[in-house]
Write a new protein. Structure first.
Length: 161
């Protein structure tokens, strides 16, 4: 070796290998973060589904309580937003809530038991699996469509018109 010369480097490529390792580690971390965000978004949709379903149930009960002698149930969701059965319209529900899983106000309406007409509850049309294992009523549930939100039927009094 001459004076001023550097010795030959035998360890080439470790910088490139380190960069590849860093990229792989970053990709794994971003993947885990994306999964966590997806789970958080799913939980939020489930909470919103329960909130909106329970708001619709309270509106149905309010609608039926207006005529307690002969309970009348709404025929459409719009009847809850604007009840025109009296001179002064009532608003049992602020707005026509969209199903958080479908993004539309396309709830499946659950009919009231005879002799009443109209609907007594709603459920989502989505068959998407849920993270929660039990609904608000404690019943086991697997899919969004399995969560039923039902109002308590008022007793029908025959002869009262």
């Amino acid at each position: 070796m001459r004076i001023g010369e550097r010795p030959a480097r035998r360890s080439r490529g470790f910088g490139y290998l380190g960069l590849l390792f860093f990229i792989a580690l970053t990709a794994a971390a971003l993947g885990a973060l994306g999964q966590r965000w997806s789970t958080a978004a799913q939980r939020e949709r489930e909470r919103e589904l329960v909130f909106r379903g329970q708001a619709i149930v309270r509106a149905i009960e309010s609608y039926a309580a207006v005529t307690p002698q002969r309970p009348a149930y709404p025929q459409r969701l719009e009847d809850l937003v604007e009840d025109r059965r009296s001179l002064r319209p009532r608003h049992h529900l602020r707005q026509r809530y969209a199903d958080p899983f479908t993004g539309e106000a396309d709830w499946e309406l659950i009919p009231a038991p005879p002799p009443a007409t109209g609907f007594l509850g709603v459920r989502s049309r989505s068959s998407r699996p849920l993270l929660m294992s039990r609904g608000p009523d404690g019943q086991p549930v697997e899919r969004a469509s399995g969560l039923q939100f039902m109002a308590q039927p008022l007793p029908y009094r025959p002869g009262s018109h």
